[in-house]
Design a protein around this ligand. Structure first.
Ligand SMILES: [Zn+2]
Length: 460
């Protein structure tokens, strides 16, 4: 991940090869500030573990609320139409404990449950509607794994932070605070984290809007609001409930990982000095060593963690990534296989393994890769990077129709309907022996045509 802020194309083509912390740069032409979406199984699992009980308390369907991690140091979290929660890495790093982070997530869930965003969009359709749509496509494309197209769509729209430029009204803020307190109560947790968080950033209230963190531009703080929240959370019988040891551990590991990947190695080594032999410190250092191209120390650090926790899939995943990114693909297979064995439910782990297997080049490993990609796609069918890998594997197997079909799926997942239709049409004639794929190719053609017609209308 050394190529982090390099030229976008090189950055993207390289970065999508990563198994861990798959990031895509969404840069404005200036490159002054770079934002990216991060994908990482461990962090996603932690955020889900914190969030899902809150969503259930809000009577929201956990599987229809999507969460995105934005690589941005500023403190922000926001929701967009379609039940999407965006969390900046800056928010995670600033939160002092899981309870604070959960409080903010509960507040955002309150906005979703009350449909605040929908109303907001309707009244601002002209100004914000098109921007959100553009960003939506970009986001879908990026998650689908085709970084370049997604990034170019987004480069034409705005950065994520700006999406929330329009502030929630004070009434909506108060109602989201109350909802947050209610959800925390319902899950037997303390609402104090949100209060602490607001108090910590109370000074933001007196700053000019431009100097505030994006979060407090979108969610204006006020003394009234803080006092009201103190009153409600103080009444809860759960007000003194603390985060569990497991939750605290998940948080320090998540912070260590983000710091390891996102800060300069020297900064990581000063935040987590050698004298600190705790797990998070060794984790952050393992990542920093590998990013500093110090393979020996990277492997020593990650091996020490594996020795402590041989059943932790993420440690094996990191080891696989260290080897793979250091050009030692043959050594990456075993750790990735171990990660998948320990956590067969995680699509990103299987995709990472499959990529290494395909690159080894033998027909036997290629077959294994196909099986892993199919398994990953059963869990995350819109993962365009997995479809792309699958097309590569079919290509090596000399199955051109299946390869074209996989490209059609990839394009479809990223919202590139023109390309999806074109590849589905070209695949069709060769799919006689593959009924399910043939049917799916026909569906793609039909849906793509409808979407293309819609796009044409929108442009008029
Ligand atoms: Zn709010």
């Amino acid at each position: 991940m050394k190529t982090y802020y390099l030229h976008i194309l090189r950055f993207l083509t390289r970065l999508w090869k990563f198994s861990l912390l798959i990031a895509v740069c969404i840069t404005l032409p200036s490159l002054a500030t770079a934002q990216s979406l991060l994908r990482d199984t461990e962090i996603e699992q932690t955020l889900r573990a914190y969030t899902n009980p809150i969503l259930r308390a809000a009577n929201l369907n956990t599987s229809s609320v999507d969460m995105y991690l934005v690589n941005d140091k500023t403190l922000n979290a926001f929701v967009t139409r379609g039940q999407n929660i965006f969390i900046h890495t800056g928010l995670i790093l600033e939160a002092e404990n899981p309870n604070q982070l959960k409080g903010v997530i509960a507040h955002e869930s309150g906005h979703i449950a009350a449909g605040h965003l929908v109303r907001r969009d309707r009244s601002n359709r002209s100004a914000y509607g098109s921007m959100l749509i553009a960003a939506g496509i970009g986001i879908a494309a990026i998650l689908a794994g085709e970084g370049q197209a997604g990034a170019s769509i987004l480069a034409g729209s705005q950065q994520f932070g700006v999406l929330d430029a329009l502030a929630h009204s004070r009434i909506n803020e108060a109602s989201a605070d109350q909802a947050a307190a209610k959800y925390m109560e319902k899950t037997g947790q303390s609402g104090r984290g949100l209060l602490e968080f607001f108090e910590k950033f109370r000074y933001q209230e007196v700053l000019s809007n431009a100097r505030r963190y994006p979060y407090f531009r979108g969610h204006p703080l006020s003394s009234d609001r803080i006092d009201k929240l103190r009153e409600i959370t103080g009444e809860s019988i759960y007000k003194n409930v603390k985060d569990t040891d497991e939750e605290l551990h998940q948080m320090v590991m998540m912070k260590a990982k983000l710091t390891g990947f996102l800060d300069a190695p020297q900064t990581v080594f000063s935040k987590y000095p050698k004298t600190d032999t705790s797990k998070p410190a060794r984790y952050a250092r393992a990542i920093a060593h590998y990013r500093a191209a110090d393979l020996k120390n990277a492997i020593t650090s990650i091996d020490s963690l594996i020795k402590d926790e041989p059943n932790n899939p993420y440690f094996h995943e990191l080891k696989g990534q260290i080897y793979y990114e250091s050009g030692k693909g043959e050594l990456a297979i075993a750790p990735f296989q171990e990660a998948v064995r320990l956590m067969p439910s995680a699509p990103l782990l299987e995709i990472a393994l499959a990529q290494v297997l395909i690159e080894r080049g033998s027909p036997e490993l290629n077959e294994k890769a196909i099986a892993h990609l199919k398994s990953a796609l059963r869990k995350e069918g819109t993962n365009g990077f997995a479809w792309y890998q699958l097309s590569q594997a079919y290509d090596r197997k000399n199955e051109p129709a299946l390869a074209r079909y996989a490209i059609a799926e990839q394009a479809f997942a990223m919202g590139d309907y023109y390309r999806a239709k074109s590849f589905a049409l070209r695949a069709q004639s060769g799919l006689v022996a593959y009924r399910a794929q043939k049917r799916r190719a026909s569906d793609i053609i039909v849906i793509a045509e409808i979407q293309l017609a819609k796009q044409k209308n929108r442009r008029r």
